[in-house]
Design a protein. Structure first.
Length: 509
């Protein structure tokens, strides 16, 4: 007599039939979030003039978003685990749309800064929910590779797309449209997600919320991001800058100590302790430090030194976007089931560092086609190839009830890395520029030419640091990430032995 099927738990061996439709809306939401990170930068000078924002306060248009987003990401990831990823995703989208509408309609400084902070709050709900939905919906290794390839390409290239879109909207419409453009993205993604996404019911973590962990992590991350942001304008020896770094270290140390003893931690230390995930968070954060600084330098170089318009500057970044898409979907996704992730991430970061190395040769008269274009292609190919397995591995093997907070850690490493990269490399560049101008001022006959030469010298000096940071990122990937390739049948292999891949609820530890 045949054995009766076990109906006490769902058969999750069958893939979710709506998973590819869901990916469309998840990718759309992710594109909106990464676009917003750069699109406002292009519009900022015009918005500042229209709203009467002082030079001293204009940085807060960027910083208000970064502080709220970076500080609340872990909390957002835990809310997604507790409340349900689909619900958190939809609420995050609708809240982001409302905050964007408020920003686009801003009539003064306070209204603009409040809208940017609200965007950061809802972004912190949205981003970890999106990535963790992918983690629990795509359980087949080959399909997972394709899904994360698409997601990785968007995560890597969306910032550059934001420069193009921001240039178009600012030049041909109005700076307010850099906010309003988020609304159709968010509404379409929210409606689609509501009707299409179905997450596994038993993937939730219904433990009580760790309030001390929320307070300590949020304040610690806010202090860290603000410390680096302030260092960019006030200097590294400024008293408040130093105080922020000390406060951040104390608060985050207290957070780790708290998480080790509380019953239901906000960030279970097992998520960080696993060497592969820890390696991903660290190597990805370092790579983002290098990349964010480069976006800033190339934007200034093309507009100020070469005289490109905002739209032309955006289009000048297209080779990097193309490289990221090819690296992520055609190289990373195709090889992830054939080679271990470290053999994609390590070489990917090294190829990106070669592209960065080319840009250390920047001069006032450098050719776009001869230097900047090939350098961007190498950067894009390398980062795209590395991003794809990094995004997938960040939630690989994690207990599904921790998928939200594991996903939040990816976004946290990117957000904190971006804040550090912008402040650290910009400070290095500014210092090198000042030194160059001071040492060459005596023999200079053209003050404007000297200023441009000093600016380019500062950029190339900071880019040398970025080369070193990418090399360290590659070393971290090679040293810490030791998991085997993900087999086409949904297993991970290590040293030729197939092992269960803990990605879905019934396989959870």
């Amino acid at each position: 007599m045949p054995k009766a099927p076990d109906i006490s738990r769902p058969d999750i061996s069958l893939p979710d039939p709506s998973r590819w439709k869901a990916l469309v809306f998840i990718a759309l939401a992710q594109l909106m979030v990464v676009l917003d990170a750069t699109i406002v930068n292009i519009a900022l000078p015009t918005a500042q003039q229209d709203l009467g924002i002082s030079d001293a306060n204009r940085q807060w248009v960027i910083t208000a978003y970064a502080l709220a987003f970076g500080g609340l990401l872990l909390f957002g990831g835990r809310v997604a685990d507790l409340w349900g990823r689909k619900r958190t995703f939809v609420v995050g989208l609708l809240g982001f749309a409302a905050a964007s509408a408020l920003g686009g309609a801003a009539t003064g400084e306070a209204m603009m800064l409040g809208a940017r902070a609200l965007q950061g709050v809802f972004g912190a709900l949205l981003a970890p929910a999106a990535l963790s939905l992918l983690a629990v919906m795509f359980t087949d290794a080959k399909e997972r590779a394709k899904a994360f390839g698409i997601y990785g390409a968007i995560a890597g290239g969306g910032g550059a797309v934001g420069l193009i879109l921001g240039g178009f909207l600012t030049e041909y419409l109005n700076w307010r449209w850099t906010f309003f453009v988020n609304i159709p993205f968010a509404v379409v993604a929210a409606i689609g997600a509501y009707f299409v996404i179905r997450e596994p019911a038993d993937a939730r973590n219904r433990s009580s919320l760790d309030i001390p962990g929320v307070v300590l992590s949020t304040l610690g991350l806010v202090a860290l991001v603000y410390g680096f942001t302030r260092a960019e304008s006030a200097g590294w020896t400024d008293g408040l800058t130093i105080a922020m770094f000390i406060a951040s270290a104390v608060l985050l140390a207290g957070f780790v100590a708290t998480e080790a003893v509380v019953k239901s931690p906000l960030l279970p230390l097992r998520v960080l302790a696993e060497r592969n995930r820890g390696g991903v968070y660290l190597s990805l954060g370092l790579a983002i430090i290098a990349m964010f600084g480069l976006f800033l330098f190339l934007t200034f170089y093309l507009q100020v030194v070469k005289g490109y318009s905002p739209v032309a500057t955006g289009f000048a970044f297209l080779p990097m976007i193309a490289g990221m898409i090819v690296g992520s979907t055609q190289i990373g996704a195709r090889l992830m089931t054939r080679v271990p992730p470290r053999l994609l991430m390590g070489p990917g970061f090294l190829v990106a560092s070669l592209g960065m190395l080319m840009l250390t040769q920047l001069e006032i008269g450098s050719s776009y086609a001869g230097l900047i274009l090939p350098a961007q292609l190498l950067l894009g190919l390398g980062m795209g190839t590395a991003f794809m397995p990094a995004m997938s591995l960040a939630t690989h093997g994690v207990n599904p009830s921790d998928a939200g907070v594991a996903s939040a850690m990816v976004n946290t490493s990117q957000q904190v890395g971006g804040a550090i990269g912008t402040a650290l490399l910009n400070t290095i560049a500014a210092s090198a520029t000042t030194s160059y101008i001071a040492s060459h001022a005596a023999g200079a006959t053209d003050a404007r030419l000297l200023e441009l030469q000093g600016m380019v010298h500062g950029f190339s000096t900071a880019i040398w640091w970025a080369v070193g940071i990418l090399a360290v990122s590659a070393g971290v990937a090679f040293a810490l990430i030791n998991t085997g390739r993900q087999g086409g049948d949904g297993t991970a292999t290590a040293d030729g032995v197939e092992q269960d891949e803990v990605l879905v609820p019934v396989a959870a530890h």
